[in-house]
Ligand binder design. Sequence first.
Ligand code: APR
Ligand code: ZN
Ligand code: ZN
Length: 376
Amino acid sequence: MATSGKVIRCRAAVAWAPGKPLSVEEVEVAPPKAREVRVKIVATAICRTDDHVLQGHFPNVEFPVIPGHEGAGIVESTGEGVTSVKPGDKVIPLCLPQCGECCFCLNPDSNYCTKSHFYESQTLMLDKTSRFTCKGKQVHHFLWISTFAEYTVMPEYAVAKIDAAAPLDKVCLLGCGFPTGYGAAINTAKVKPGSTCAVFGLGGVGLSVVMGCKAAGASRIIAVDINKDKFAKAKELGATDCVNPKDFTKPIQEVLAEMTGCGVDYSFEAIGHKDTLIAALASCNISTGVCVMAGEVASGSVIPFDPLLLLCGRTWRGTVVGGWKMRDSVPKLVSGYLEKKFNSDLLITHTLPIAEVNKGFELLRAGKSIRSVLLF
Ligand code: APR
Ligand code: ZN
Ligand code: ZN
């Protein structure tokens, strides 16, 4: 391509400081170095985790930064040694890399990777420099993929080639929210047919859990949210009951115990709060129940809990991006989407130009959107 090896000037939504709105700026994007890939982002969705970045909730995210991690695009150019993608390929950048070499990548039961942001902050490339500048200042990457930039650079192991037929403005959701929830049900909990499930939080992640529970054949799916406006969509996606904790004086776990007799077989927390995490744990069967933590609780949080909650046999599990080995699985998820095995489009409530990125965040904060897709 004509731009290969050159600095590209393009638009990006930059967060200059915590607590401030994003500002759409012209940025310079340097060419990819060895084993890096430069991608033209076509579409990117807004996830709650991006809002946590804007609010300054992640101590290891440095400002200024270009957020965004649910994107899809086309490879513009590749650095030396890149073999898995080439210019023109449709790709999804990966918020959880798969290096293929670490002890986790080599373990078929794990989707973790030592190149993940849990090990290093991923605000700079591997050589500790940034490929972004704006107004003469270095701008940081986010999770290495910064999909709120029209062109963005990432390591090769943080990008997956997908089917050329994929609609990028739809499959961008397969970069984070949908696989996180759907995989929490089918990979992490391994929901069995005929079982009973409770899903706490009906944002993009929780609604994807509902879809996963339904796909796995659950016979009862109880959707829990304090915003009753979320219930219609939850029912459309497979929830059999919708419960608003605000309608009760007793704790929600007692309400669910009464509804189910012995508690649910599987409970999922997709909010990211300490108290709902304990409520979800206490809502599943005391002996055989499995509770999966899909929401991200603020790092460093401490949760006091009664050990008797676990003594009788309950399982409490975490999940990161739904347990998928991302480089292997994202292309398969895209194929599943094209084969209509699931309809993640139902999560898209708004499509906006990148210039209206702040409106997208306002809709999320007001509880009026599930996923807003931004187009460049
Ligand atoms: N009880 C029940 N529901 C609640 C409560 C509560 N106490 N507090 C908030 N909720 C609901 C909100 O009304 C909203 O519908 O939880 C839902 C959360 O959805 P979003 O904010 O849209 O978040 P989402 O993108 O789905 O992500 C959920 O996963 O990836 C992480 O960081 C992300 O922790 C977040 C979680
Ligand atoms: Zn690895
Ligand atoms: Zn996300």
